[in-house]
Write a protein that binds this ligand. Sequence first.
Ligand code: TYM
Length: 385
Amino acid sequence: MAHNSEEFVVTPWEVRGKVNYEYLIKVFGVKPLTDQVLNELKEVLGGELHLLLRRKIFFAHRGLEWAIKDIKEGRRLFLYTGRGPSGPMHVGHLLPFIFTKWLQDKLSINVYIEITDDEKFLHEPKASYEEIRKWAYDNMLDIIAVGFDPNKTFIFLDTEYMGRVYPLLVKVAKRINFSEVSAIFGFTQSTNIGLIFFPTFQIAVTFFEKRRSLIPSAIDQDPYWRLQHDIAKGLGFYKASTIYTKFLPPLTGPTGKMSTSNPDSALFLTDDDKTIYRKIMKAYSGGQPTAELHRKYGGNPDIDVAFQWLKFLFEEDDNKLKKIEEDYRSGTLLTGELKLYLYEKVVKFMERHRERREKAKELIRLYMYEGELAREMWSRDFSKW
Ligand code: TYM
């Protein structure tokens, strides 16, 4: 179900307003990631939790307990995530990929990465197919830079892999009627029929193995997984276990989503250091208007974008993060100092990302065609699946 209300909107194609996550948990009918679930996860993953879990940035799930039980009882899972290539990728888009890679390292299992060029072409009224394809290749470099195992990871472009998988898609499509997808995705009589068919593909990837999939994504993708739960059993496949991250807040403030149409709202993975500096320095802050007032009254890290970005991704050390939070609240740490600290962290991160992104140009064939899993998937006969 896509959530639409006067205060905020979250659908797979739109995030507007200030997202109330507690409320979303209720209206989407997902479960919060409780300490108990986190402890169980910690146990089956060998005693360590990624900072995205420790800090409850991943905050909700659907059926994660099934995946935990599978791991506990020795059943293999597979991982699945994706990207709709409508423009350059920003730092927020990386969160599900970074987390998926961490899970792949822990569990040593296959990862499927769907690049939904079809979805973005069909959804964006003005997008040309050539433009979307160009972004698809560009985005794949950012994804590969995250460092997935090339023999256990298959990255595919929907329009290219479509032929192979079509027999499975028609089986999925036959189980879903228009009134269901229109209720879930808000399709209307004027929605083009390509977009109406598209969800079958995003769902079908959860059936690429006859095992349970574990899907990290932001909460906006939940409508697909709800539908997956409705049809999986009937087709003889497993219901997916999903885990949802919050949105990395835009640089421009706590409302809405980072977007290409407002470049100052996000850091793109191809931004240079000068641009990064400029964007961070003018980011929305929870500090006081003057240094004097800040020292006197302190700042508010809960709404401060620089602090939130450190918390979401850029400060790995929990103790340091805590100290920064305290100092900012008390007023000893000034907004400018906090931003500079974030800038230095981001520059280091980007330096490493740029290097790996360059190397990715040579690795792309492995992930798409030549790695072990890719070869297996290109010879798969889905008519017998
Ligand atoms: P897309 O391209 O809109 O987004 C890619 C992934 O990033 C998540 N995301 C964010 N995460 C953190 N902070 C943000 N600000 C933020 N904005 C977006 C999205 O939830 C997504 O996980 N239809 C999908 C592509 C897809 C997919 C999948 C995603 C196909 N199969 C399976 C996840 C799992 C899309 O257009 O994602």
